[in-house]
Ligand binder design. Structure first.
Ligand code: SAM
Length: 230
């Protein structure tokens, strides 16, 4: 490992906004803030929002700036990426931001049932050959359901037609409410939901990369409580 990376990892240990759960915490329910994020870390935020695979955290930071009364937690396995977002948050004094360095698969060890209002899945790997690893596969949706409020929302932003169409299909198969879907978000000008208008200019690192290469950005927003059968 390079010297720079080692220095950053050491620095990150002292950041107040980064949590690097131990193996034991990832396998048990001993993580100290589980169920207590709102009261013991944040200041009773109106909403708790999670970004999965947040990378360097640009999106988490952008949303946190836009909505100072909400709390945002970015989760990623890569320490060097989280270091960037966490350091910026410390420098800017953004108190409504935290980062958890862990695999998304352990999510339910760090958040309690109904602790989260919204989940963002941003530019996740479409896993063309391994559908079970897609972050919108039924297995992952079941994990999200365990921490999301019943009326909670999942947002997916992606450049991948495969991941977008797959996610839409899974939501339909599971009879989930789909609040908004666009295969070309930035070409859409009519009937945009208010929340999208508010965050129109906030973009992730990969979003900027892909949009710059001419890819259309796809967006899907859905709930996890199946609709009542009529
Ligand atoms: C393509 S990058 C997208 C980063 C950021 N969301 C963006 O749009 O700029 C995907 C990120 O997801 C993270 N990731 C992928 N699978 C993960 C997993 N199972 N648990 C935690 N992080 C994961 C990777 O480390 C990487 O930073």
């Amino acid at each position: 490992m390079g010297k720079n990376k080692l220095r950053r990892f050491a620095e990150m240990k002292n950041f107040p906004n980064v949590f690097e759960p131990t193996a034991l915490e990832s396998l048990s329910e001993n993580f100290a803030l589980r169920g207590l994020w709102r009261t013991d870390f944040f200041k009773e935020p109106q909403k708790m929002v999670l970004e999965l695979g947040c990378g360097k955290g640009e999106y988490t930071l952008g949303l946190a700036e836009k909505y100072p009364l909400h709390a945002f937690v970015g989760m990623d396995i890569k320490g060097a990426r989280i270091w960037r977002g966490a350091k910026t948050a410390v420098e800017k004094g953004q108190k409504n931001v935290a980062f958890v360095r862990s695999r998304i698969e352990f999510l339910t060890r760090f958040f309690a049932p109904a602790e989260i209002d919204e989940i963002w899945v941003t530019f996740a790997d479409p896993q063309p050959k391994r559908p079970l690893k897609r972050l919108t596969s039924p297995r992952f949706l079941d994990l999200y359901r365990q921490i999301l409020k019943p009326e909670g929302i999942v947002h997916l932003k992606t450049d991948s037609a495969l991941l977008y169409e797959y996610s839409l299909e899974i939501a339909q198969q599971e009879n989930l409410p789909i609040f908004y879907a666009s295969a070309d978000l930035y070409a859409t000008t009519e009937n945009l939901p208010t929340h999208l208008q508010e965050i129109w200019n906030i973009k992730t690192h990969y979003e900027n990369l892909f949009a710059g290469k001419g890819y259309s950005i796809k967006y899907l927003c859905f709930g996890l409580s199946p609709k009542a059968k009529v």
